[in-house]
Design a protein around this ligand. Structure first.
Ligand code: MN
Length: 238
């Protein structure tokens, strides 16, 4: 049987000489029955359209911060290093995936990119912008261990995938969703009120998660369910 071809949007190393991708994404997708491939880092419109046309699905991976200019804010002192080349590729790619009904999964930075692409905004640094939160979103324990829970919204895509009212998730982010883009629907919320997952309800599969299931799937069935559901959605060509 033909394996769904899934293109990974990823970033460069600090010296800007290598594309880098956490092997966890590749291995989780392979285990879920897909053929994952790394996409070139480009904002050329013809290339982006070819990606949407020729891939069965797109995974927008984690990474550095999004340039606050992309959501109309000045860069605060607490904002981390930004990846503007990725912004220039991923924002139009996400919009194309939305327009063409192409399954897309966003993880961490990818989740934040999806919100920004659709007109949402971000907290540039959670400890600075939400000092009232008692939850740490940047865990010190190994990445495969959960750091906090999220409540899953009833009848959401994530509820359908996980089949449980809450999940134990890891947490490796210092930014987060401030204003959710108008057309997105909340799928999961952390105990401090931070949105950790959303979907685009009218789309075949447009899901973002703030946590990193690619670093938990070997020990956590709910993480694997996300990759499996995504790959199954990619089997159906629009
Ligand atoms: Mn978190």
């Amino acid at each position: 049987m033909r394996k769904p071809l899934i293109g990974l949007a990823t970033g460069l190393n600090k010296e800007e000489t290598y594309l880098q991708v956490n092997n966890g994404y590749m291995r989780a997708l392979e285990n879920a029955g897909a053929l994952p491939v790394v996409l070139p880092l480009t904002s050329d419109q013809e290339m982006l359209e070819a990606m949407i046309e020729q891939m069965d699905g797109i995974l927008v991976t984690g990474g550095g911060d999004i340039d606050p200019a992309a959501y109309g804010e000045l860069t605060s002192n607490a904002c981390g290093p930004v990846e503007t080349l990725r912004d220039a590729m991923e924002i139009p790619l996400i919009i194309l995936a939305l327009q063409k009904d192409k399954p897309i999964l966003g993880i961490c930075r990818g989740f934040q990119s999806m919100n920004v692409a659709l007109g949402g905004t971000l907290y540039q640094d959670l400890p600075t912008d939400r000092p009232q939160s008692k939850l740490t979103h940047r865990q010190k324990q190994p990445e495969r261990f959960p750091a906090h829970t999220v409540d899953v919204e009833e009848y959401s895509l994530l509820a359908e995938i996980a089949g449980t009212p809450f999940l134990h998730v890891n947490s490796l982010h210092h930014q987060g969703v401030k204003e959710l883009a108008p057309l997105l629907r909340r799928c999961a919320v952390a105990p401090d009120g931070l949105i950790e997952s959303f979907e685009y309800p009218e789309h075949p599969f447009f899901l973002g998660v703030q946590w990193h299931p690619e670093r938990m799937w070997q020990n956590d069935n709910n993480s694997m369910k996300i990759f499996k559901a995504f790959v199954e959605a990619c089997r159906i060509r629009p």
